[in-house]
Write a protein that binds this ligand. Structure first.
Ligand code: PLP
Length: 462
């Protein structure tokens, strides 16, 4: 299995190098050269299996010879052992034909643990074998950072730096990043918004002198390993509702497009997915683009669903690559236009995108209203991101096809918004009840590439 860049000018790599590098050297994102498929019988055979076993069967065709079967199964087992629910990704029923896929039982209470816990272990295994070390730099709107820190804290072969927008993450999110005591963990509060964090991260990757000097690695959802691990729960949930004998649809609260793109990969692998619905908050560039083809960036309007507060949606590049018939030059051209403020998707590409993705947008008021409604009438306390998914799903779903909405975070990660909407303050799970007693450690950082690079350099040298 080889991976190629969406901009067509970087060398093809195997799984391990794709995972360890993150971003391609031409600025593009790696995608599999071909997408392996599973037969209906292979999908049917997943019924009733433990999550870990389904994970092995779904991911195995993508990893080539990076790990032996035995090692890979062992890494998967360790990745999910710390989850607070035996099913890992339990499905609960919200109403007739509508199901919620709870992806928040991992150590940091958001779906990002599914991928991060696994790639932490894959990094460790690969780096130990190579006798290598890397510097991981990640940008976060809140949940990626805590998930990455939790996955990489204390590892010998890794320093992990997380850039988050100062003052724009919830207290729980911030404390999950600033309270780990391990010396290889560095939380950086950037003076800027999430798009600034993501832009500086990309700048570091495109500054080859720095990239090579610190052996830079990325674990944002631009990392193919992240997307891959997320394909699994599309299979596990659909199979439990009767796939491949029955079609299902998914609604996915979306920011950087990594999670919903994993759903598209599941579909391409043979899972009978009827519709994949992209749900956005008031920062609705993806909904606008999928509706009209217009991908013009504005400025981020902070919302109660901060993990979706985004204007530049990195993984959308992967969707564009396929929509443009895998033409790397066309994608590179669009990304040049994006630097000037935006682009317009061609009619043909837009039609292709629409074959795979529907979309909807939810305002702040509607989000509050859905949290209250779900609490009162569906028996579920939803985080604001999940509420956006449920609202879009309710508005658009076809009663004849089961709908699975992804619940991307635990309500206790966003207690203020949830309490304001429902009157109930969701408590943190027992295992992290002391979060507010732990000491914080954080460095304020300017939104400046040179100064950030110096700071990282100095930290890893000391
Ligand atoms: C990251 C995140 C999202 C958005 O996921 P993408 O893969 O970036 O589209 C949605 N909800 C929560 C809670 C998240 O942490």
């Amino acid at each position: 299995m080889r991976y190629i860049s969406t901009r067509g000018k970087a060398p093809a790599l195997g799984f391990e190098d794709t995972m360890l590098s993150g971003l391609a050297r031409d600025g593009g994102l790696y995608v599999p050269e071909t997408i392996p498929t599973l037969s209906a019988d292979e999908i049917r055979a997943m019924h009733g299996l433990p999550y870990e076993e389904i994970a092995f069967r779904v991911m195995r065709p993508f990893i080539g010879d990076a790990f032996t079967d035995e090692v890979f199964a062992d890494l998967i087992g360790k990745a999910y052992a710390g989850f607070g629910h035996d099913a890992r990704a339990p499905l609960v029923q919200l109403g007739s034909g509508h199901f919620l896929l709870e992806l928040f039982h991992g150590p940091t209470l958001a779906f990002k643990d599914f991928a991060m816990q696994l790639i932490g272990r894959m990094f460790e295994e690969a780096l130990t074998r190579r006798g290598d070390r890397v510097t991981i730099v990640g940008a976060t709107s809140g949940d990626t950072g805590s998930a990455a820190i939790e996955a990489f804290r204390g590892l010998d072969a890794v320093d992990v730096f997380i850039l988050y927008p100062h003052g724009r993450v919830s207290d729980v999110q911030r404390r999950q990043m600033t309270t780990p005591a391990e010396s290889n963990v560095h939380a950086l509060a950037l003076d800027g918004d999430f798009d600034d964090c993501q832009a500086r991260l990309k700048d570091m990757f495109n500054h080859f002198e720095f990239r090579d000097a610190v052996n830079l690695a990325g674990v944002n959802s631009i990392n193919w390993g992240r997307v891959l691990a997320q394909v699994v729960y599309y299979f596990s949930s659909a199979v439990s509702l009767g796939a491949p004998g029955r079609k299902v649809s998914f609604t996915v609260p979306t920011g950087n497009f990594g999670d919903v793109f994993a759903g598209y990969i599941a579909k391409r692998m043979g899972l009978p997915i009827d519709r994949l619905i992209v749900a956005t908050n008031q920062n609705d560039i993806l909904h606008r683009c999928l509706s009209s083809g217009d991908y013009t960036t504005g400025s981020v309007a902070p919302s109660i669903s901060p993990s979706m507060d985004i204007q530049v949606s990195s993984n959308f590049e992967r969707a564009l690559f396929d929509a443009y018939g895998r033409d790397g030059n066309a994608v590179a051209q669009l990304m040049e236009e994006l630097k000037q403020g935006g682009f317009h998707v061609s009619q043909g590409a837009l039609e292709t995108l629409r074959e795979h993705y529907d979309s909807g947008r939810v305002s702040e008021d509607e989000t509050f209203a859905m949290i209250a409604h779900a609490h009162r009438h569906m028996g579920e306390l939803l985080c604001p991101h999940s509420a956006i998914g449920v609202a879009v799903a309710e508005a658009q779903r076809d009663p004849a096809v089961p709908m699975i909405t992804l619940a991307t975070a635990h309500p206790a990660k966003f207690p203020d918004a949830v309490e304001k909407a429902s009157g109930v303050r969701p408590p943190l799970p027992e295992r992290m009840a002391d979060l507010f007693d732990r000491e914080e450690r954080v460095t304020r950082a300017p939104n400046d590439l040179g100064q950030l690079e110096t700071l990282i350099h100095d930290r890893i040298a000391s």
